[in-house]
Ligand binder design. Sequence first.
Ligand code: NFS
Length: 633
Amino acid sequence: MPKKREIKEYSTDPAAQQMLIRAEELGIGTAFTRADNMVACNIGGAGMCCKQCGMGPCRLTKSGDVGVCGATIDTIQARNLTRAIAAGSAAHSDHGRDMAFLLKATAMGEAQGYSIRDLAKLRMVAGYYNIKVDGRKPEEVANDLADLYISQFGQQRGEIVPAIRAPKKRQQIWREQNVWPRGVDREVVEALHRTHIGDDQDPAHILNHAIRTAISDGCGGSMIATDISDILFGTPAPILGQANLGVIKEDMVNIVVHGHEPSMSEMLVAASQDPEIIAYAKAAGANGIQLSGICCTANEILMRQGIPAAGNFLHQELAILTGAVEAMVVDVQCIMQALVGLAQNFHTAIITTSPKVKIKGATHIEFDEHHALTIAKQILRVAIDNFKNRDNNKTRIPQIKEDLIPGFSHEYINYMLGGSYRASFRPLNDAIMTGRIRGVAAIVGCNNPRSSQDYLHNVVVKELLKQDVLVVQTGCGAISSAKLGLMLGEAGLSEVGNGLREICETVGIPPVLHMGSCVDNTRILTVLTQMVEDGGLGDDIDQVPAVGLAPEWMSEKALAIAAYVVASGGYVIFGGSSPVSGMERVNDSSEVLHYLSEGWEKLYGGKLEFIPDPAEMIRKTLEHIDKKRAALG
Ligand code: NFS
């Protein structure tokens, strides 16, 4: 029998708890209750179910089992993991591709409402690739950059170009291991080919292609997405924001944007400030328009425009349960199909906008960058028209929210540490060398209803801060700390180790830095690369006392990120369950599980481990940081 958990076991967030009580009152299911009812399959969960062909599916349950074709558990686990990494890389990279098309359209003057807002970033990025800048119009430079970036996806031979931004020594390793991606799309296609029935059967060989595919994400699609978002919408710098369901306002037309690409959400922000639209909202009886975000779209507009975040992944249904959301506007990724059915209990319109994503029962208003502002206004009008349908008897908005200061792009951190004349990571390196900062932890990734929402994130963040570890965050992990009030200067410092506190007070930063969305994890790699280049911490990322953690991971994108961080030399710890083990009987003998740690560590200096217990996650993080510190002397 499935076990029903208590509300307080579902989430540590008091706003979420209020909404989950409300869901119970109304008899409405959520991801939390569905997770109770749906017992996870322990064979598939361990990556030991092969459904790649019509002779199966073959479910392998113990050491020595093979599928109908003779495939071993190790081969099947390696194939399944590689397919997940390819899917995650495809998601990030397709987002990057769309941003490249948007940059091209903007450069050609064909993208309504968009402009090149950050000339300094455009010049800097163009400079990496020797695109001529002097004496040329920004649009000409942007056009060349867009062409170069677009070509990275379909390139067939050679080396994708943005990977030259990795440390020199890392580039050498990638060449030696023959994993420098040739083209983003090519690696994803080859991952699918190699894992088809009767193809690549050597687990280590399959997994090396997983690494190559993941690098095409980290140093290809994702990095391209971040670069272009900064060029078009501005490189983030600190700005005041708020997070949690309390940002939804009773007297306003509430529009929640949910998904990932900033192209549409930025246009909704612009349209929501249009006097004509505001007047339309007032005529409908509201005091104005309140935009807020869920998931990484929230992070994109929070970092750049200070638009509040209604919450992270597991808040998407809870926002609708407030009864006060006129429209939830979604684009791609991490959007639960349950939203449409849930919204039918209220007046909320679910509006899909991407040509790639439709949901049965939702309203589809397709986004097109050539008429973006017009479409954004049309969407806002639909939401405003829906305001009159709100049932005030059904409205319950938790009065819970926290302030935060997001916007710590690598450019800003560099500037903040060194000032505009001597921008540098030197002070951070010095603080690590003198031991005032013990190391750096990037705590990122999703929520997962199989554990208590935000619990693992919060326990790990709080303990590492006490141990003088500087924490940087992206994605839903960042929103979890924001909701806890850890991303605000003073407030965040009360339980921080003395050394770290001293540095935060001197530099004027919170102990937890919000660095953006999940595609922005490449910003973290850029910081690590620059730390290496500024000297004193070795000559490659694998020597820096740093660890990456995704305590509540759930998406394939998280696995892709893990693999490119490992390829870059990082130690990555995932919480929850491992997609390549999980069955006691096989754990010890899983060749793949060992290969992801010891095997990859030998080749890349980085490794991936799955550790469900937070105390053990913290212990291993500190042990790794101390080991790297000792090696650096
Ligand atoms: Ni990342 Fe962002 Fe959140 Fe996980 Fe989904 S929103 S891209 S995948 S759930 S962190």
